[in-house]
Ligand binder design. Structure first.
Ligand code: ZN
Ligand code: FE
Ligand code: FE
Ligand code: FE
Length: 159
């Protein structure tokens, strides 16, 4: 990797891989969730994630590169922690555990999109900047919604 373009492409492949893994993980989390509010929030984010994958494909096309992922060990680790919760969590605590896992995913994404936006701005990629910003806002909103659900009922139920 020699240029900021190289760095950008590397990180773009990382988050593309991550979003696709998240797309596979979310339906399992929806299924495992106990409360309907959490199910709904995760399901909504699953649909948003489909759109986020498409936005990333737009960004690849803006730099004339094929949309390809590159294995991200970080997201695999975070997702596997979530799978542990699904396997081992009792009904009264599973939603609290799922929210913790989902928020770790959102925070990883928020970190990645923040950097991608800064680099895309530096590289003068206006269309990509606005697409990536839209996604960042969805990730932040998903994170906030999860906090609200935890604080409104889930944490009390688990205590
Ligand atoms: Zn990487
Ligand atoms: Fe995402
Ligand atoms: Fe990564
Ligand atoms: Fe997300």
């Amino acid at each position: 990797m020699k240029t900021m373009n190289d760095l950008f492409l590397h990180l773009l492949k990382d988050i593309y891989y991550a979003e696709k893994q998240i797309l596979k993980a979310l339906p399992k989390m929806v299924k495992a969730a106990e409360t309907s509010e959490l199910k709904r929030a995760l399901e909504k984010h699953q649909h948003e994630t489909e759109g986020q994958v498409q936005r990333l494909e737009q960004v690849f096309s803006e730099i004339d590169k094929p949309a390809r992922g590159e294995k991200c060990e970080a997201i695999m680790g975070i997702i596997s922690e979530g799978e542990d919760v699904i396997k081992k969590g009792d009904p009264n605590v599973i939603d609290a555990g799922l929210i913790a896992a989902a928020q770790a995913v959102e925070h990883y994404e928020i970190a990645r999109y923040g950097t991608l936006i800064a680099w895309a701005e530096q590289l003068g990629m206006a269309d990509s900047v606005s697409a990536l910003k839209q996604t960042l806002e969805e990730e932040k909103a998903a994170d906030k919604k999860l906090t609200e659900i935890a604080e409104a009922s889930v944490n009390r139920k688990a205590a």
